[in-house]
Design a protein around this ligand. Structure first.
Ligand code: XIL
Length: 358
């Protein structure tokens, strides 16, 4: 059964792989749209870098509209950009993204409300530089969530309420949020989001939750939130993967486990890293771009030849096996979103090493 589905999917995976690495951004008439291929299964989305919605590159916007029925602003809603100073919000970019989506009938997922990265230092401090109290930080969190969620009420369907709160051992990560507020900061964030838009679908989002301690930790966290009566309806599995890891079997099992505890699943940030990694690159920190490239072997596809046929085929096979799993679980999966529209704009070209060709 699995292999039959896989065979059926092979051409689709090839289209995904080639569409994503296409030499020009123009939508090609002969390529079936991803959103149509999976129309009866789940929404298919992409994270949008700003040139895809701000009107400067019409061909990019056209590509989005032709292929996808869901979008996520890639960075526009991150705290650092949307709320840079205590009494100043900057909605310009997020507004444009949501307006673009609304105009074209694309479902919007909001990314994200609470994270330990790309959050300005003032959030955690008093005016004199001393650490903020639990009360102050809770009040700031509530104000931020109330303002952002409230502004897009009815236009953003689902919110990534808390992003990447787990450590590799499955316990809660040590972050300023947790240190100052306590372990209940996650529960509080969900309560504030629910209060701001009772109709929004609220999810917890993390990477590496397909197996091991991270999967156990995510299941435990979601069970705990649900037992406390928190309005969490889904897990966002980021799905930043490479060609071999995590295995399709693990992805399959993990989705099954989440379904068993009664949460829906959103695949939120799918991409496949095809470049070699050294151990120092394996750290989930978006600032890791300090890692320097030292040998040409670390950037093998930068030349005119691009990705060799054999690698292209492996990439296609990888997409095929992942989408076979998603299809199997279509009853619990709300959407599958790629982290980026094409490989050319993908953050993987600059992370975990700046300036490679992924
Ligand atoms: C990345 C963006 O793609 C980059 O443009 C930005 O510089 C850093 O963040 N997990 C997440 C996303 O939840 O927000 C990250 O996005 C990728 C990892």
């Amino acid at each position: 059964m699995f292999f039959k589905t896989l065979r059926r999917l092979a051409p689709i995976a090839f289209l995904i792989a080639t569409a994503l690495s296409a030499a020009d951004d123009t939508a090609k008439a002969h390529v079936p749209a991803l959103k149509d291929v999976f129309a009866r299964d789940f929404l298919v989305g992409a994270a949008l870098e700003r040139s895809f919605y701000n009107g400067t590159r019409p061909e990019r916007s056209a590509l989005v509209v032709s292929q996808f029925n869901a979008v996520t602003p890639e960075i526009a809603m991150m705290w650092q950009f949307i709320h840079p100073e205590e009494n100043r919000f900057d909605f310009a970019s997020a507004d444009r993204c949501v307006d673009f989506a609304t105009k074209h009938g694309l479902v919007v997922s909001g990314h994200m409300l609470v994270w330990h990265q790309l959050t300005p230092a003032w959030v955690f401090k008093n005016a004199d530089g001393s650490p903020a109290s639990r009360e102050t930080l809770l009040a700031r969190m509530r104000e931020h969530i109330r303002t952002v969620v409230g502004r897009y009420k009815g236009r953003v369907k689902s919110w990534d309420v808390v992003n990447e709160a787990l450590d590799d051992d499955g316990a809660l990560r040590d972050t300023p949020w947790r240190r100052i507020i306590g372990d209940d900061y996650i529960e509080q964030a969900f309560r504030f989001a629910h209060e701001a838009d009772p109709d929004a679908e609220l999810y917890y989002n993390d990477w590496g939750v397909e197996s091991g301690k991270r999967l156990e930790g995510a299941l435990a966290l979601l069970r705990k939130l649900k037992a406390a009566g928190v309005a969490v309806s889904a897990i966002g599995i980021q799905e930043h993967v490479n060609l071999d890891y995590p295995g399709a079997k693990d992805v399959d099992k993990a989705i099954g486990e989440f379904a068993k505890i009664g949460v829906r699943v959103l695949i939120t940030e799918l991409d496949v890293d095809v470049l070699p990694r050294t151990p120092e690159m394996d750290e989930a920190n978006v600032d890791i771009t300090r890692v320097k490239m030292t040998r040409p072997e670390e950037n093998p596809y930068a030349g005119a030849g691009g990705l060799p046929e054999a690698m292209q085929a492996r990439l296609a096979k990888r997409y095929a096996e992942l989408f076979a799993v998603y299809l199997k679980h279509r009853d619990v999966i709300g959407s599958v979103s790629f982290w980026g529209v094409t490989d050319r704009e993908s953050w993987l070209n600059n992370w975990p090493v700046r300036g490679r060709t992924n």
